[in-house]
Design a protein around this ligand. Structure first.
Ligand SMILES: Nc1ncnc2c1ncn2[C@@H]1O[C@H](COP(=O)(O)OP(=O)(O)OP(=O)(O)O)[C@@H](O)[C@H]1O
Length: 560
């Protein structure tokens, strides 16, 4: 054993990334030199340098003196290596090192998730303000809501009336999705989480067999829960109910949720909605969701694509015509407004509507009545109008290209859908969604996308928004045989360069004699260690554990 004192100079103390750097180095030393390294803090607590959370929990302050302890062979060299790392300010020096550190952090996060899921009880963790920062799968199942929509809400939204000052609560109510019968009755223990003597948050643990469905609500609920309105709020600011109708709209960025919050509220009324946003941002998808979430959902949803219909036919398309109204009008035609009666009419690209028709549409909006072309009977209609445009209607009004009075009639509930550029954090979710949806549609086994490929999607500007992303994913699914879609599978205009596909290092000469299996294995381990420098990284590349790599390297005499 060998040990040496060192000063921990990092200005932030032992933060999580610094701890991950230490773990990465400790693995490397253990694998290449066979030395086990430990860190001891001033209080005398010693932990293995390969244990991320243990290292982090040493809570070492900037300038604190620590002891590096090395056990096993090469202890002296191992300590020197570690000192070097501490001098480097614990920053990754290249992208490979950064990737390894990120992998360690990610692996540990996954482990924490798995531990949370495996405890067999529902668990919610909040910060000290009571905002939910973590929950496990049992809570997801109990509430029938995906974790992503639970995290970020106030605990009071999920468990109305719960008191975080601690204690056990019997028969409390956990909200599910908006339906009344999805409320779950449970009992739970609430405990503060202390960090350095101060409350950093709270844990809420649901007790086993907590859900008691079937009892009348009046028997189950405590008084406070009666006062709370039913329904689940997706964010503290927006009262967006998680209506099933919106479930196929993917994304949880603040801008999208704010827009959907307005749309969901509008769905409960009959007001006219104006959806604005660039092409491909999901305006039609939202229009359909509003219809499905509204009381008109059993009525028709009729779409009119304004630029798709020649101006001279548009009037009859919208309002219908009588027989003989114009040359070629052999039969009476029912217009879209009549067809949409009792439901919703979706006027897509309203900015392209002819001035003459703008006046006629204004009449429908004001008086809810119209006549068929060539007819004199006034027809009444009961429709909700949802209009959409990618153009700036206000600007069109100021240029005289769009009627001001119509603009105000349409702009009753404006919903602005963000471009994909403005919500790039939703890209991984969207990718996952489209991979699943499109692989299913094409009858293929589900594929995944590498982090590197997603990184390129992040850097792209997405002029065609979600539609463009969906199209690219369909294209790469069709063209890629492997299960993992990687950067070289993406179109060049996304990556900005040709990315060479990495060839696996298998160069077997078909004409020569075969070597023994051990010879091949030895050669592979040798090449992997030369290339990746550590047992950990080599193990990852070969799909085996670092311990197996180390054992084989020793067996073949590659290391001592
Ligand atoms: N948030 C989203 N989640 C899942 N799919 C989406 C989302 N937004 C858009 N899409 C998909 O992208 C494609 C384009 O969406 P949509 O037609 O609704 O856009 P749009 O804004 O109406 O476009 P345009 O203005 O060109 O008519 C559709 O296939 C839709 O399903």
């Amino acid at each position: 054993m060998f040990q040496k004192n060192a000063v921990f100079t990092h200005p932030k103390g032992m933060h999580i990334r610094a701890a991950a750097m230490i773990v990465q180095k400790a693995y490397e030393i253990e694998n290449t030199m066979g030395t086990s390294v430990y860190i001891r803090n001033q209080a005398g607590r010693e932990v293995p340098a390969t244990a991320l959370m243990a290292i982090h929990s040493l809570n070492i302050k900037p300038g604190e003196c620590i002891t590096i302890v090395a056990k096993g062979p090469n202890a002296n060299d191992a300590i020197e290596c570690f000192e070097e790392l501490l001098k480097r300010d614990l920053l990754p020096q290249n992208s490979a090192e950064l990737e390894q550190v990120d992998d360690i952090l990610e692996e540990n996060m996954i482990k924490a998730d798995k531990i949370f899921d495996s405890i067999g009880l529902g668990l919610i963790v909040t910060n000290k303000q009571g905002t939910i920062i973590q929950c496990n799968r049992i809570v997801e199942n109990l509430m029938g809501i995906n974790k992503q929509y639970i995290i970020g809400n106030s605990i009071q939204e999920v468990i109305p009336g719960i008191d975080l000052s601690g204690g056990s609560f019997n028969r409390i109510r956990v909200k599910g999705s908006a339906k009344k019968d999805e409320q779950k009755i449970i009992s739970a223990d609430v405990n503060p989480i202390f960090v350095e003597g101060e409350i950093a948050g709270y844990s809420i643990i649901f007790n086993k067999h907590a859900s008691q469905m079937g009892l009348p609500l009046s028997e189950q609920l405590l008084d406070y829960s009666q006062k709370n309105e039913l329904g689940f709020k997706i964010s503290q600011k927006e009262t967006f109910k998680l209506d099933e109708a919106f479930s196929n709209i993917i994304g949880r960025s603040e801008k999208l949720l704010a827009a959907l919050g307005i749309a969901a509220k509008a769905a409960k009324t009959s007001s006219t909605v104006l959806l604005q946003g660039e092409s491909g941002t999901g305006k039609e998808l939202v229009a359909e969701a509003i219809h499905r979430a509204s009381s008109r959902c059993k009525g028709p949803f009729i779409k009119v694509n304004c630029p798709g219909i020649p101006a001279n036919l548009m009037e009859s398309e919208l309002f219908g015509h009588e027989r003989g109204a114009f040359t070629g009008a052999i039969y009476q035609k029912i217009g879209k407004f009549e067809l949409a009666n009792g439901g919703t009419i979706f006027l897509d690209e309203i900015g392209e509507l002819d001035k003459n028709l703008q006046a006629k549409l204004l009449r429908v909006l004001q008086e809810r009545e119209f006549e068929r072309v060539g007819g004199n009977q006034v027809l009444k209609t009961d429709v909700r109008i949802i209009a959409a445009t990618h153009r700036n209607l206000r600007e069109m009004v100021s240029k005289g290209d769009f009627r001001e009075d119509l603009y105000y009639r349409l702009n009753v509930v404006p919903v602005m859908l963000p471009s994909l550029r403005e919500r790039k954090d939703d890209i991984p979710l969207l990718v996952e969604h489209f991979l699943e949806k499109l692989c299913k549609k094409l009858g293929l086994k589900n594929k995944i996308m590498s982090k590197r490929a997603i990184g390129y999607l992040y850097n792209y500007d997405w002029p065609g928004n979600v539609r463009e992303l969906e199209n690219i994913i369909e294209r790469v699914i069709n063209l890629t045989d492997s299960e993992v879609i990687d950067a070289w599978d993406l179109p060049q205009y996304i990556t900005g360069k040709i990315i060479e596909k990495k060839q696996p290092l298998i160069n077997l000469n078909m004409d020569g004699e075969l070597a023994t299996f051990d010879d091949y294995e030895k050669a592979i381990i040798k090449v992997a260690l030369k290339k990746y420098k550590s047992f950990n990284a080599a193990g990852k590349a070969l799909g085996i554990t670092h311990k197996t790599v180390a054992a084989k390297a020793r067996r073949y005499g590659i290391i001592e």
